[in-house]
Design a protein around this ligand. Structure first.
Ligand code: C2E
Ligand code: CA
Ligand code: CA
Length: 679
């Protein structure tokens, strides 16, 4: 899976749902608090508008009393008010608070103003009627109606109140005829002037209000609340929907991240996660990490196709599954043909038998195809490492199985552990070693078969370690090749070769080509030829004395790039040789395709006391072929006189081997070959 994609999916799987649910609940609660607050605010705003109306009524009454055209003369008093549902009663008190005149459903029966406020009224209805003799006029918008005492003028039914557009003339007509037929809503909001004929001059006009919320208030409040609730409900639904979606996304992401598409079970990530959980839970129970490999996986793919191999992988997964203890052991398909299994570990022979019988039953699963399995086991006696390293250790142990047909089980042991420790030590020290000049160039001479004189040399690195002494390259080059440090080391060696040749040149010595190893890692860079040319040119050394050795394995990666690079190297004048020819991947084809100057025959060709007729035949044919292609031949690892004679017969050009000399420090090389080197 693409790393970025994996990171994204991981992020989704890490999202926690419960804080969102909690958040939604909090919002829900908060909303209700807010709703109550808003309702209270609304109610208080309604109340305050009512108070405002009341105040304006009072001032209007006062104003009217002052300017009333009927005037406050000796025997007439008047009042003005707007008929509202809140009005309970109204009246006029004399200066001793005696009621002069009032209207309302209940008469004002107290002389105390304060008591007026406590009048209990039916909240729904208020009747306006002239109660006392002397209140002769009741005027609607200036039109006087003469009233008889004690006559009910009209009823106000508050619950019906809502209309401001009453037709007043019509109402007056009605009032004249039958005031009872007047509907309160027709009068609501209208100014009513009341005039009392009376002897009392000074007094108080009183309107008794009562705060109350009429149905209209409640209806508007209800609409307000419903609207708010609807908005909130929509928001909550949205939130709920997004939580559900997130939950589903999380599940999908989880599946994508932790499911193996081939077996349908857990994948590598899920294995690490589950194995860690099991190990953490059972800290005192011994476990073992097993790396099980189906050998020749690539070959099976090539022969039977992807579908068949995937079905095979699925079958292997299922078969392993059947042998595991549920929830106490776990497994997964890791790579092509690789399976990780975390197993309980009672003792080594029991576990070995268990893995062996698993391998046997897996091999027997397919009748017409022999399957080969190998395994690496790393015991987890005390869980301290991370699961990945444990699996890595099991894999490392398995990598010691050299024969893919052997069906071997290898255990992670002290030797492997030491190797790992060594690797870590090398990695920790390599940079400092480079800076402090601990890497040293040794030279191994190459001799001509003809006169057995110096014909060239190979630069080979040694690590002069302050504590460990001289370390051979076999102990650190493979590590550098893995971690990329080989690029720095090779650059250093090329520089050393150029520097040495420059020094000898300046001393007037005769130069012979010195070959230097160029690791395959360099071929990742397209400008490697220019890079090497620039290094050598810094020392003004002729290119033909710096030979570049490439190993055959480099020829397997990207042939086209390699051919281009080799061509450029040769264009710049560097002789190029193929190292270790015949060691493993030998392919006569590469000789045909890649233009090279030198072929270095691997020591393998000459191993053993007697190479045999077939061996001789092969070597002579190769030399013949190389010569036809215009290449020079160097034979490596030559240790005996017989080998030298044999190579002499075949007109091999150069011999590099212990028979003549081992790799040596430069000063030794100079001393030993000083005469030869003199121009
Ligand atoms: P190589 O390039 O094949 O170098 C030849 C190896 O064979 C050298 O081992 C040399 O000492 C050894 N040898 C030569 N003649 C004989 C012989 O007669 N008998 C036996 N038994 N061995 C002989 P060395 O120096 O230990 O290097 C091992 C390998 O390390 C080299 O194999 C090369 O692949 C790598 N290496 C060494 N130096 C460098 C370097 O500077 N850069 C890179 N990339 N690799 C290097
Ligand atoms: Ca070499
Ligand atoms: Ca070699």
């Amino acid at each position: 899976m693409n790393k970025q994609k994996e990171r994204k999916i991981r992020r989704i799987t890490k999202i926690r749902i419960w804080p969102r649910v909690l958040g939604a609940l909090c919002v829900f609660l908060l909303f209700h608090v807010l709703l109550v607050a808003l309702v209270l605010a609304y109610a208080s705003s309604v109340a305050s508008s009512k108070i405002e109306n009341m105040m304006s009524d009072c001032s209007e009454v006062a104003d009217y009393m002052d300017s009333f055209e009927y005037g406050l003369n000796d025997n007439r008093f008047g009042g003005l008010m707007q008929i509202r549902p809140e009005i309970v009663s109204a009246g006029y008190l004399d200066e001793d608070y005696n009621v002069v005149s009032s209207f309302g459903k209940k008469s004002v029966d107290t002389t105390e103003y304060a008591h007026l406020a406590n009048i209990e009224n039916d909240l729904l209805d208020a009747n306006v009627y002239v109660e006392k003799a002397g209140a002769h006029f009741f005027s609607f918008d200036g039109a006087d109606i003469e009233m008889k005492s004690e006559q009910l003028l009209f009823d106000i039914t508050v619950s019906e109140v809502n209309n401001d557009d009453a037709d007043w003339f019509n109402i007056l007509e009605l009032a004249r005829k039958s005031p009872k037929e007047l509907r309160s809503r027709e009068l609501l909001g209208t100014n009513v002037i009341f005039v009392f004929e009376n002897d009392v001059k000074d007094g108080y006009s009183v309107i008794v209000y009562r705060f109350r919320f009429v149905p209209m208030d409640f209806i508007s409040m209800l609409i307000f609340v419903i609207a708010l609730m609807a908005v909130f409900l929509l928001l909550m639904l949205y939130q709920l929907f997004s939580i559900i979606r997130l939950f589903m996304d999380k599940r999908t992401a989880y599946d994508a991240l932790y499911t193996d598409m081939v077996t349908g079970g857990g994948n590598e990530l899920s294995f690490y996660k589950d194995a860690e959980k099991i190990l953490r839970k059972n800290k005192n129970t011994p476990y073992a990490m097993v790396h099980l490999r189906l050998e020749k996986h690539k070959g099976l793919l090539a022969c039977y196709g992807v579908k068949w191999v995937e079905e095979l992988d699925e079958m292997i997964y299922e078969t392993i599954n059947k042998t595991l203890k549920k929830r106490k052991e776990v497994h997964a398909r890791m790579n092509n043909g690789d399976f990780a299994v975390l197993m309980r570990y009672e003792d080594s022979s029991k576990l070995n038998d268990r893995v062996r019988s698993l391998m046997n039953s897996l091999s027997a699963e397919i009748v017409d195809q022999k399957l080969f399995f190998s395994a690496g086991i790393c015991p987890v006696l005390y869980y301290k490492d991370d699961v990945k390293s444990l699996y890595n250790n099991a894999s490392l142990a398995r990598s010691y199985v050299k024969d893919e047909n052997a069906e071997e089980i290898k255990w992670y042991n002290k030797e492997i552990e030491d190797e790992q420790l060594w690797e870590r030590k090398v990695e920790g020290e390599m940079e400092n070693a480079m800076q402090t000049g601990q890497f040293e160039m040794f030279l191994q001479p190459k001799y001509t078969t003809g006169g057995e004189v110096l014909g060239g040399a190979e630069a080979l690195v040694r690590w002069r370690h302050p504590q460990d002494g001289l370390i051979p390259p076999g102990k650190f080059i493979p590590i550098f090749e893995k971690n990329g440090f080989i690029l720095k080391l090779d650059d250093y060696m090329i520089t050393e070769v150029a520097k040495t040749q420059a020094k000898w040149l300046s001393e007037g010595k005769k130069l012979v080509p010195i070959s230097v190893n160029v690791s395959r890692a360099h071929f990742m860079k397209k400008d490697i030829a220019e890079h090497i040319r620039d290094i050598v040119d810094r020392y003004n050394v002729p290119h033909e004395v710096v030979e570049l050795e490439l190993t055959e394995s480099a020829f397997f990666d990207d042939k086209k790039t390699l051919i281009d690079v080799v061509r450029k190297m040769r264009e710049y004048g560097f002789p190029v040789s193929m190292d270790d020819f015949g060691s493993g991947y030998s392919s006569l084809n590469s000789l045909k395709e890649i233009p090279l100057d030198v072929l270095k025959l691997d020591a393998e060709f000459f191993r053993g006391e007697d190479v045999g007729d077939r061996g001789r035949l092969i070597v002579s044919e190769i030399i013949e072929l190389a010569k036809t292609l215009g290449m020079h031949i160097v034979a490596e690892g030559i240790e005996t006189r017989t080998q030298v004679d044999f190579l002499k017969d075949l007109e091999c050009d150069l011999i590099q081997g212990y028979i003549f000399a081992k790799p040596m420090p430069i000063n030794e090389f100079e001393t030993k070959h000083l005469n030869t080197l003199m121009a």
